[in-house]
Design a protein around this ligand. Structure first.
Ligand SMILES: *[C@@H]1O[C@H](CO)[C@@H](O)[C@H](O)[C@H]1NC(C)=O
Ligand SMILES: *[C@@H]1O[C@H](CO)[C@@H](O)[C@H](O)[C@H]1NC(C)=O
Length: 279
């Protein structure tokens, strides 16, 4: 799949923190391992979410790669100061059977993804942490492979800093039939995720490949505009130029919130305003 800024991901930033830790170990003296960057992964959805993360090549797996966060709770995840990778949320998981365990974002049926990426469609938070002086960290949220949940990003304790807003509308409720991923639930069939046009149809014009592999040639479509209208801050297709991509971020702690605010659906108020209890 095309991803914005694939060149950053390949840039191979050195794991400085780990190097320091190794030097401290080699020195043999008593030392306290300096913490890297902290992500508070919060769930304000009125249902459980199983967040997951996968590192880019050369970076470590964080927190086993996946875990449960019940509604109204959050989990603290520590990353090396130069970590690169992605976070996403999984929904409708049951780990008792073989095969796919989650309705969306599944990673080979496992609770702890251990570095495996999730099955699309899933909303992706893309992270590029930098420790070098003069170069801050960067974030974006991508719907290039489709959508399953709304998510917001900011510096912890300062919602205006390094911020990527959630969605104004519930994409699953707007998703046209040809993009829908559905599952049988207690109240009949529900739309649980919405594919991108690239994922659904695989056409070069939607995937920004082949003759469409430049920003000038790969334009918004009726499908990407639907994503953009619902979630203006996210990448709606690979060469979307209007996404929020905070760069130069220097926070020590970040907040990644699934279902950050009301986004359609009667139960949304259920956890609004509840302080996130750390797990
Ligand atoms: C996790 O991945 C690493 C690296 O691929 C592998 O060595 C390890 O066995 C895996 N652990 C589990 C529990 O699958
Ligand atoms: C099913 O519908 C009922 C009545 O509208 C509602 O109270 C309940 O929360 C719904 N259950 C699910 C799983 O959506």
């Amino acid at each position: 799949m095309a991803e914005p800024y694939s060149s950053w991901w390949a840039s191979g930033a050195r794991p400085l923190l780990l190097s320091c830790a190794l030097i401290a170990l080699a020195a043999g003296g008593p030392f306290v391992l300096a913490e890297g960057i902290v992500f508070h992964v919060a769930n304000r959805c009125p249902f459980p979410v199983w967040p997951a993360s996968a590192p880019n090549t050369g970076h470590p797996v964080l927190a086993g790669g996946g875990f449960l966060v019940p509604p109204g709770k959050s989990r603290r995840v520590v990353a090396p100061a130069t970590w690169n990778g992605r976070f996403w949320g999984r929904t409708g998981c049951s780990f008792s059977s073989n095969g796919a365990a989650c309705l969306t974002g599944d990673c080979e049926g496992r609770l702890a993804c251990n570095g495996s990426v999730g099955a699309p469609p899933a909303t992706l938070v893309e992270v590029s942490l930098h420790a070098e002086p003069g170069r801050g960290s960067s974030f974006d949220v991508s719907l290039v492979d489709g959508y399953n949940l709304p998510v917001a990003v900011s510096a912890a304790g300062d919602p205006s800093r390094c911020a990527i807003a959630g969605c104004a509308k519930n994409v699953n409720a707007l998703c046209p039939p040809e993009l829908q991923v559905t599952a049988a639930g207690a109240n009949g069939t529900a739309v649980v995720a919405c594919k991108s046009a690239c994922l659904a149809f695989g056409a070069d014009a939607f995937c920004c490949r082949g003759a469409y592999a430049t920003p000038a040639a790969c334009r918004a479509s009726v499908y990407s505009r639907m994503f953009k209208d619902a979630c203006p801050a996210y990448y709606s297709y690979a060469y979307d130029t209007a996404a929020a991509t905070p760069t130069g971020c220097r926070a020590q702690e970040y907040l990644i919130t699934f279902c950050p605010s009301r986004w359609g659906g009667a139960a949304d108020g259920a956890v609004a305003g509840a302080g996130d209890a750390q797990m």
